[in-house]
Write a protein that binds this ligand. Structure first.
Ligand SMILES: Nc1ncnc2c1ncn2[C@@H]1O[C@H](COP(=O)(O)OP(=O)(O)OP(=O)(O)O)[C@@H](O)[C@H]1O
Length: 766
């Protein structure tokens, strides 16, 4: 019997003991909670009994206010305690089934040996003296992730603690029973990781705390740099590390950090729902989560309908050969660059002297303040004052002018007609107000009503003025595309790009490539508050952000610590350039971490896909065995559908639960769905799909990004379909597979397969 087996009875007894301790704690908390709940109900019922309400004198009012405040505070205090007890109960409940996953025996220099058990939360003994379980994020727990047996150290706020690890043990505990335990000499033993990765893919991402790898732990616990940039190959655990990092930060700064202080940009709503469970599973609330699309849409306002990145992608995929497509492609590349940001900055500098377009103030279809008058006032102000500060001065001036006009309007004839049209309620309201204002003196009822009518009509205009609606931002932005001939490094097709952009703006449409530039420009013109509430910003799939977009983000969050995670091999939106946020040559306060090991796929899948990875990075497989990818050459094109169906059914019979037919575009997905519908039970995933389900999914690669499936089938991998330019798309599609990959061709396969050694895949001819 091995050492591990010898300890089994001891370890199971310990688990049982912990189970008992937890039950006792639960009982105590339940008793406290029930008292508190009773208190809260009672307090709500008798809230007013203990409040002395007296409104006779100003002093009495103040006293009454204080008394209500005191009572409310008491209620809030009790509710908060109740909330934190409920949270504690939830944590205990999770620990009851699976109290811990690891143990290390650590002898600190000069101290006695201590057994440290590591789980998803800390647990103290009943005397609150000793830790029965340490939270995986506690400083001492980093020993488990970072070291094998032997000398080891960890950091605390008081300095480094060093010593010796003499045992490292892993557990799989379910429902309070130890299912397996392994002693390991390596950092984190392969067995547990093998078991985690060997399972079927899940429709929601799982936390990886039990098997975090050393290099991932560096990302999770990084605290030094203001900007942490992680380049990691497909399936290396970037998203997993990002989420565990957020959980770590929430724990490390639990006194200072609220969920609103952390923001996560994820690639699309489907992906957001895919990762939504991870933080709650770790006992943390979800943080602010959005996509860059929604973020920008909020900034641009309602003037435009903004094209989504997917529609842009679809346009590019289906219009590549057309003249419009070529022009647009050049436009996208230019508008993604820092050179374009400079063009905007130069244009904004010119606007200090002239050029901002204004809209007239209109009342009852009449211009009451012309746009020329507004422009004259704007440019009469000191030109050293920023544009947005001048906007505020203009707004104040307009409101004053409006007050004078409003006064004049009150006695005009049209008001009488409006009074007659007032409904009973409005009439009564105005009358009541009049009575109150008059307080005993003679009431000029008509005058009061006139004022009420006019004031109501002016209220909307005033509100719009306060929102700077008098500035014609779209028109001012469009002008940028008219006079740039003097700019250096303009793309050759600039005039056509400009014409395309102006046409879109005039139709109230913003192409995705114009969305961030417009939002940036609008912020320069009208003012955009730097967001100080976000202390940590995590950007997943960062390679899909253009240099322009990232520069904009940095201006909006000047004091925020950022973590960027991505893979240059998967940059499907932007042609990868030196300006890509992952490659930016930032010197100050930047730390870079590279992940080269791919955990998602089997060894055989990595040995195949790494031959056509677009970059030159090293890609190491995790040693998990599986089948070689399958290349199915269908000789007769009309048999393709039947072969495809057989392939999918075969995979299904093998027990795979998520099988994705990954296509290049949504157009291809829709076509395939039409063909297969009724023949097999399949689901079309498009931009409107917000949750991810098991089954046979038909999905375009740009929506499958970041997600994984048990098996991936590429329905058409011919060289006509995946040309040289589609390397990133093809690579991204193939790397979504965890266990199996099947590639179909009818004719010549794509060059990427042809250049891959034949011994890395199995070829079948049908
Ligand atoms: N340390 C780990 N322990 C267990 N599973 C892991 C670990 N690291 C990664 N994985 C698993 O590997 C898979 C890929 O992880 P993840 O999606 O985080 O990678 P990624 O780098 O974001 O991938 P991609 O860039 O291809 O979208 C997931 O199933 C994840 O649970």
């Amino acid at each position: 019997m091995t050492q591990m087996h010898q300890d089994f009875p001891y370890e199971q007894r310990r688990v049982d003991h912990i189970h008992e301790e937890i039950k006792q704690k639960e009982l105590k908390i339940a008793a406290k909670t029930s008292h508190l709940k009773q208190d809260v109900i009672e307090l709500r019922k008798t809230f007013w009994d203990d409040v002395t309400v007296n409104l006779d004198e100003p002093d009495d009012v103040i006293e009454t206010e204080a008394s209500i405040k005191q009572q409310a505070e008491l209620l809030t205090q009790k509710e908060t305690i109740h909330g934190s007890l409920a949270k504690e109960l939830r944590t205990l409940n999770r620990l009851k089934d699976n109290p811990y996953f690891g143990r290390i025996d650590f002898t600190e220099d000069g101290e006695e040996k201590e057994s440290i058990y590591i789980g998803i939360a800390s647990l103290m003994d009943s005397a609150e003296d000793n830790f029965l379980i340490y939270d995986w994020r506690a400083p001492i727990s980093s020993l488990y992730y970072d070291y094998a047996l032997g000398s080891a150290s960890y950091q605390t706020l008081d300095g480094d603690v060093s010593g010796e690890i003499s045992l490292k043990r892993q557990f799989i505990i379910r429902n309070g029973v130890i299912k397996a335990m392994f002693d390991t000499g390596l950092t984190i033993g392969d067995q547990l990781l093998q078991e985690a990765l060997g399972n079927n893919a899940s429709t929601t991402m799982k936390s990886i705390v039990a098997t975090i790898q050393k290099e991932q732990n560096k990302i999770i616990r990084n605290e030094k740099s203001k900007l942490l940039v992680v380049q990691g190959v497909a399936g290396s655990g970037k998203t997993s590390a990002a989420l565990q990092r957020i959980a770590y930060l929430m724990y490390r700064y639990r006194k200072q950090l609220n969920p609103e202080n952390v923001m996560l940009f994820s690639p699309n709503p489907l992906f957001s729902s895919y990762i939504r469970n991870v933080l709650p599973e770790l006992g943390e609330e979800n943080v602010r989560q959005t996509t860059f699309y929604y973020f920008v849409e909020e900034k641009t306002g309602e003037e435009f309908s903004i094209e989504s990145p997917f529609t842009q992608m679809e346009y590019m995929l289906t219009n590549k050969g057309t003249t419009d497509g070529q022009i647009r492609m050049q436009g996208i590349a230019y508008k993604s660059s820092l050179a374009f940001k400079e063009v905007i900055d130069n244009y904004v500098a010119c606007l200090y002297i002239s050029g901002v377009c204004f809209k007239p103030v209109v009342f009852r279809n009449q211009v009451i303040i012309s746009n020329e008058a507004i422009a004259n006032y704007f440019y009469s102000l000191d030109s050293s004052v920023s544009l947005f500060n001048r906007m505020e001065l203009v707004a104040n001036w307009l409101l004053k002018e409006l007050a004078l006009i409003q006064k004049r309007e009150v006695s005009k004839d049209w008001v009488e007609e409006k009074i007659e049209l007032l409904d009973k309620e409005a009439y009564a309201k105005a009358y009541y107000k009049a009575q109150k204002q008059a307080a005993g003196s003679v009431v000029d009822e008509e005058m009061i009503l006139r004022k009420a009518v006019v004031s109501k009509m002016f209220a909307r205009i005033k509100k719009r003025i306060k929102q700077y609606a008098f500035v014609d931002v779209p028109k001012t932005f469009a002008q940028l595309f008219k006079h740039q001939e003097q700019q250096k490094d303009l793309p050759t097709e600039w005039n056509d790009i400009a014409a395309q952009t102006i046409k879109n703006i005039q139709s109230n449409i913003l192409g995705w490539e114009d969305a961030a530039p417009y939002a940036y420009f609008k912020g320069k013109l009208l003012g955009d508050m730097a967001d100080r509430s976000v202390r940590y910003l995590v950007i997943d799939e960062a390679q899909d952000f253009s240099a322009f977009q990232f520069a904009y983000i940095k201006e909006l969050f000047p004091h925020t610590r950022m973590t960027l995670l991505g893979d240059v091999n998967q940059a499907i939106y932007n042609p990868i350039s030196k300006q890509n946020p992952l490659l930016l040559d930032e010197k100050n306060d930047v730390e870079r971490i590279t992940l080269t090991k791919s955990y998602r796929p089997t060894k055989q899948l990595v040995q195949f896909t790494r031959h056509f990875a677009p970059g030159k990075d090293v890609i190491e497989p995790f040693e998990r065995e599986g089948n070689k990818p399958k290349l199915v050459d269908v000789k007769e094109e009309n048999q393709l559908v039947e072969v495809l169906i057989n392939e999918v059914q075969e995979l299904f019979q093998k027990g795979y639960e998520t099988i994705a037919l990954v296509t290049k575009s949504i157009q291809e997905s829709k076509q395939l769905y039409k063909t297969l519908k009724g023949k097999i039970d399949c689901i079309l995933v498009d931009e409107e799909t917000y949750t991810f389900t098991k089954g046979i999914l038909i999905i375009p690669v740009y929506l499958a990004k970041g997600i994984e499936f048990d098996a991936v089938v590429i329905p058409d991998a011919t060289n006509k379909h995946y040309t040289k330019e589609d390397q990133i798309l093809f690579y991204t599609a193939c790397t979504r597979a965890m266990h199996e990959l099947s590639i179909m061709v009818t004719g010549e396969p794509t060059a990427f397969i042809k250049e891959t050694p034949k011994n890395t895949y199995q070829m079948t001819e049908i």
